[in-house]
Design a protein around this ligand. Sequence first.
Ligand code: GTP
Ligand code: MG
Length: 480
Amino acid sequence: MSELNLKDYRVADTITAIATAPSKAALGVVKISGKNSLSILDKIFAPKKKKDIRKEKTFTLHYGWIINSPKSLPRRQAGKVKSQKSERIVDEVLVSIMRGPHSYTTEDVVEISSHGGVLVLSQIIELILKKGARLAKPGEFSYRALINGRIDLLQAEAILKLVEAKTPKAVFLSSRQLKGENSDRLKEIKKNLKDIFVQTETAINFPEEDINFDKVNFEKSLEKALKKVKRLQKSQGPAEIITQGLRCVICGRSNAGKSTLFNRLLRQERVIVSKVPGTTRDVIEETINIEGIPVRIYDTAGILEPEDFIARKALEKTNQVFNQADLVILLFDGSKKLSKDDKFLLDKTKDKNTILVVNKSDILQKINLNQKAIGQHKFIKMSALKDNDLKRFEKMVYKAVYKKGIDKKDLIFLNQYQKKELNNLVENLSKAKEYLKKDYTLDFINFSLKDSLESIGKISGEVIGEEILENIFSNFCIGK
Ligand SMILES: Nc1nc2c(ncn2[C@@H]2O[C@H](COP(=O)(O)OP(=O)(O)OP(=O)(O)O)[C@@H](O)[C@H]2O)c(=O)[nH]1
Ligand SMILES: [Mg+2]
């Protein structure tokens, strides 16, 4: 992606870009935004019906031809152009007009739908550039929407996530955020905080007026705001999992049935299964879909004491995916007593989000796994071979992602800057609460609230530095 500099984002310019993927396709779209959009269109477009395109209403569609005319022929008509030199015609198009402020950027926007050839699209762009527009930088249309107040930073993030979405659930959640549902949540928190901030300001600035500072009510409001913010903070983890996939590693001693379970989950014979211990000697990754969540599932090698290079390498890779895992599935062979390897792995997963699976429930059970060893982990007995309880197991995986207290509708997508600010927000509000409890002077509380309000402004994009904006929008594709 090209380097981006906010100084390039001169908002007075009329900008243009190809909005569709640069490949052979049935249709392609070129966008123009800015105050000269319509006058530029007028210079390159010959509508079928004679009309002054600059005067057409908003949200109207016009059929005609893009022409490469050296002469200026205002109010030309497609019929006339066609009968003249054909090399002047670039393409047959449909043009839509969206006048500001009711457009994506809030400026006058024109979208030209042409045939999708790369050459056609670049010829149209070239014509538009010749008539005075400049090429848009990555994300510049969305940037204009942001600074013109059409969207906030949460909605900008939602646009990015919508474009990248890999499952229907990710589409659903990002479109909710784009609609402004999370923006509204943030606005409400801001209003609450502003109210209590004003109370501290008044009490500090007018002490002589003996304003009754109602500590009990103040504490209640603060607590309420903190709760809402913490909920917001909690709902970002699962959102990330929904877009990027949950990393789920199957571990266990040799022959426990890891590869059997892996194949079952994939519904295909993806990896080799055999009764020979040490069959799998690599880490294999596949993505499955459990109730709309992409799960990146890893089959690993069961050898814990490698004797050759391949086994050593496999163990190294297993450790790597184990450390990054969001969820560990630790498999035991139910027909055998707990081994040294089992105990070692149990100890290793002590602090990990883990599901313990006692496999091979279809044959005689000898396993001696007591409650102490199970601890806080989720636990299931099943048979990967016979498919018993596979659905119940998948439900457990799903639930392991959505921990208690998280409402699916609640999820929020944030970029790294917004995440940092949300953490600051929680920290500052907790501080304010602490100060109040310890009867510190109101200045301390006032200060923390001020910082909190600033964090909210940074999350929504109201107050945000140029450098950060540059970084955010350079992740967008050109034309967005
Ligand atoms: N009876 C029974 N046998 C099973 C079950 N799951 C797996 N097996 C058998 O156990 C043997 C080992 O299965 P794998 O899936 O290869 O085990 P693994 O954990 O991947 O083994 P390694 O790759 O060697 O670490 C095979 O013969 C499977 O058919 C089960 O639920 N019940
Ligand atoms: Mg295996």
